[in-house]
Design a protein around this ligand. Structure first.
Ligand code: SF4
Length: 417
């Protein structure tokens, strides 16, 4: 379950019930200050709470001193193999240092880094990767890879505890989705510290997003995980942030910007959905408000399952309807549908009220009613779903129903301002 302990990374709380923090990593050479800062500002705009930068060379430490002062979000220094760089990154003001205690040169060098982190009050992220487990766990790794990963992480945690240091989070990284899920579940039961979740080298934007959604989404839905990073093979780090947010929004763990819902389309489709949905998705990116916008490919079911949406559109032949919260707002020629939708959204954003013109709304409602009655006999996907729901309801009072309050993520929702 969610970690008991909490750490503070430059003002962002991780673990202990804090909202799941979104992080990403810059893809630039860190020492290229201009490019690195451009990317950090880009990921911060996209919604990253934290950013990690690679620090493999002395010149990167030099750049880090400036980056930590200019970055709009806390900066984590990523260090491998070199404890001297870890010490220098701490001195440079990194808000957190990530290292693998197994490859930093032995327990004495880990202790030096821990001492410096303790003096400065800076948290660490300690992590293990499936590709670099300590030698004594290799045999276990062959027969029980999950147990081997968890054992390695627990050994590092015990090392921290022997050093009387508890200001850290832990990550287990694997390219294998089932092993990532199983090992993090097991680790969350064995240690109280915050967990950083990620799928190593997940892949391209398409496959990597899906793998991450499956792996991280499964864990987050169980309440496991306190900060996430989506690793995608793209230079555009903000894409990782967008995917992370979609996962958190899908689980209702956090809220940021609009939510777009769209019907899957079928043979009743009455307009060019692909283009329209893509256009709406792009235009919605500039809105920070958590409005829900629906796009229905035809009006034969009425507004149906999109009736809870703040705004929505549907179209038939040459006409279309803009609706809001289950009610028609206005009927317009189809080519004006998207612009009218955004005009209504803009009015709402400015006034926090839905602007209803009674005459226009009535004309829209009549248009919708007419199309619904003309197609009353159609077995649409929505009507089939409604019939299934009705049949399930008819099963009687013993039927097990979903209870929102029992959701493992219920207590963690929407609590970051
Ligand atoms: S019937 Fe449903 S799925 Fe098919 S186009 Fe209409 S709204 Fe979309």
């Amino acid at each position: 379950m969610a970690s008991e302990r909490q750490i503070n990374v430059g003002g962002v709380l991780i673990g202990g019930g804090a909202p799941v923090a979104v992080q990403t990593m810059t893809k630039t050479e860190t020492a290229d200050l201009q490019s690195t800062m451009d990317q950090i500002r880009g990921v911060a705009d996209a919604g990253a709470d934290l950013v990690r930068v690679a620090v493999p060379r002395e010149k990167d430490v030099e750049a880090l001193k400036t980056i930590v002062t200019q970055s709009p979000i806390p900066v984590i220094a990523d260090i491998h193999f070199n404890h001297t760089l870890a010490l220098k990154a701490l001195d440079a003001g990194a808000h957190c240092v990530r290292l693998n205690p197994g490859n930093i040169g032995g327990p004495d060098k880990v202790a030096q880094v821990v001492d410096r982190a303790r003096q400065l009050g800076t948290p660490l992220r300690i992590g293990v990767n499936s590709g670099s487990l300590p030698k004594h766990l290799h045999e276990l790794e062959r027969s029980q890879p999950v147990e081997a990963l968890v054992s390695a992480a627990v050994e590092f945690v015990e090392l921290m505890e022997r050093l009387e240091f508890d200001n850290f989070k832990v990550s287990i990284k694997s390219t294998n989705v089932p092993n990532t899920i199983a090992s993090n579940r097991l680790l969350s039961e064995r240690i109280p510290y915050p967990l950083h979740l990620g799928i190593t080298e997940a892949g391209t934007k398409w496959s990597g997003s899906l793998k991450s959604a499956v792996g991280l989404g499964t864990l987050l839905a169980d309440g496991v995980g306190d900060t996430i990073r989506i690793s995608l093979s793209t230079f555009h780090a903000e894409e990782e942030v967008k995917v992370a947010w979609e996962i958190l929004k899908a689980l209702h763990l956090r809220q940021r910007g609009p939510v777009l819902i769209a019907c899957p389309t079928c043979g009743r489709l009455q307009f060019d959905m692909d283009t329209v949905v893509a256009d709406i998705e792009r235009r919605l990116e500039r809105y920070p408000e958590p409005i829900e916008v629906a796009v229905l490919g035809c009006p034969v079911n009425g507004i149906g399952e999109a009736s809870h949406a703040d705004f929505g559109i549907t179209g038939a032949k040459n006409e279309g309807l803009v609706f809001s919260r289950g009610k028609a707002l206005r009927k317009v020629p189809q080519e004006q549908l998207v612009d009218t939708l955004f005009a209504e959204i803009d009015k709402y954003v400015a006034s926090k009220q839905i602007d209803v013109d009674a005459g226009e709304a009535e004309a829209g409602a009549q248009w919708l009613e007419r199309i619904e009655s003309e197609n009353a006999g159609e077995l649409t996907p929505e009507r089939l779903a409604a019939m299934e729901a009705q049949a399930a309801d008819d099963d009687g009072p013993d039927r097990i129903r979903l209870d929102e309050e029992l959701s493992p993520v219920a207590g963690r929702r929407f609590n970051r301002a």
